[in-house]
Design a protein around this ligand. Sequence first.
Ligand code: HEC
Length: 149
Amino acid sequence: MKSLIASLAVVTTLLSATGLQAQAPATPPASYMMCMACHGMDGKGMGAGTPTPMAPPLSGSKLAGFADGELMASIVFTGIEKQDAKFLGIMAPLGAALNDAQMAEVLTFVRSNFGNKAPAVTADQVKGWREKYNGKPMQKRADLEAKLK
Ligand code: HEC
């Protein structure tokens, strides 16, 4: 029995040393609950794999992970103009529902979870971006994607 426990301990140590141990998913902050309804708990998009998912994945999203987060913030402030029927949902402007700290929190959460590895966003940055984008017309997907270059 003792040797069994000892070998289990060795295996556990080896697994964590090699990074093979299952990674517990980070608990999303309350601010992410608003996104979850469409983008899903796992960031893959509700209905991922069905012909018409609710929303695209945030996991691996170039728009979410781009640069310092201004592009992603601009999306949450203005929303995206619906131009096709690829998704059931619509990316509405959500700036009014989140204060600067909550917005910074949700942007940082998405950019550093679901396999994403982009730098954190501060409430100060969000304050400036709010002035720039909040209340502006919905952006077109093609214009957003053009900014990735
Ligand atoms: C009511 C559903 C809905 C909610 C709620 C929602 N989104 Fe979206 N989101 C969408 C849809 C649909 C698109 C794709 C729009 C398009 O291209 O036409 C999208 C696109 C995006 C994109 C671009 C992703 C990419 O790579 O294409 C980002 C980033 C994003 N949303 C972030 C968020 C964040 C952050 C929240 C929460 C604060 C949120 N969304 C809440 C439906 C939603």
